[in-house]
Design a protein around this ligand. Structure first.
Ligand code: ADE
Length: 240
């Protein structure tokens, strides 16, 4: 998969993507990142990329032309059509289902805004989708782009080693939160490992994990339970 980042700080996103699973995905050739800085496409001695908002008010708004030129440069460098995704708090909230869909694409262009925002005409003419990573405001789209890159990179075939299988993640199997995990030592001053995990009985362990995931989801994210499709036995666990 190839991801182009349009940003005044493209190295920032590249740095975030240089470690761990995402770094390894790049080394394995499963992910190629490329940054495009709109300042390189700006005109004049000052290479302006922003200006004051019409109608007044605080802050600056990013200009159409440098962003459009950067997007076109990114597009033109590869013939595969790529959708432009603008990261902003006004976008559709990112979910694991959206991440799964994005991860199947061959290419995408992530557009990061700065300052108070981006001229609406750029969004209307160049942007295909708008995504938010949550109901809070960041000072720019770069961290959000890094989140998208990380979430889709780890789903690329061959990015995770067996031991890191994505299938058991929170949200991945059935939209439930993950169960608790333990490793050595069995006894520790902070507590014991639950006995069932030491039993070697795989069916019992699977039941315990599923029950823990359900209880945890009910406690922390009851909104997710409705969509989980529980069996009659699982409903009884929750009623007990
Ligand atoms: N840019 C600023 N805040 C953001 C958010 N919450 N999600 C995505 N992009 C953003």
């Amino acid at each position: 998969m190839r991801i182009d980042i349009i940003s005044l700080f493209p190295e920032f996103v590249a740095q975030c993507a240089g470690f761990g699973v995402v770094g390894r995905a790049q080394e394995r050739g499963l992910l190629a990142l490329r940054g495009w800085n709109p300042r390189d496409y700006a005109q004049g001695n000052y290479r302006r990329v922003d200006d004051r908002p019409f109608g007044g008010g605080p802050g600056m708004v990013m200009l159409v032309d440098p962003l459009r030129a950067a997007i076109r440069a990114a597009r033109g460098a590869d013939p595969t059509p790529a959708k432009v995704i603008y990261l902003s708090p006004q976008g559709r909230p990112l979910t694991q289902a959206i991440v799964r869909e994005l991860a199947t694409r061959e290419r995408m262009i992530l557009l990061c805004g700065r300052y108070e925002g981006v001229d609406e005409r750029l969004i209307a003419s160049e942007v295909d989708e708008e995504l938010s990573i949550g109901d809070y405001v960041l000072s720019g789209g770069e961290l959000a782009a890094a989140v998208v890159v990380d979430a889709v990179a780890r789903l690329q075939e061959g990015a995770l080693n067996d031991a890191e299988s994505a299938a058991q993640d929170s949200f991945e199997a059935d939209g439930l939160l993950d169960c608790p995990h333990y490793t050595r030592p069995v006894e520790h001053e902070t507590g014991m490992v639950p006995e069932v995990l030491l039993s070697g009985n795989h069916a019992e362990i699977a039941r315990w994990r599923r029950r823990q995931a359900l209880l945890r989801t009910r406690e922390r994210r009851p909104d997710l339970l409705a969509a989980a499709g529980l069996s009659a036995e699982e409903v009884r666990w929750l009623d007990a």
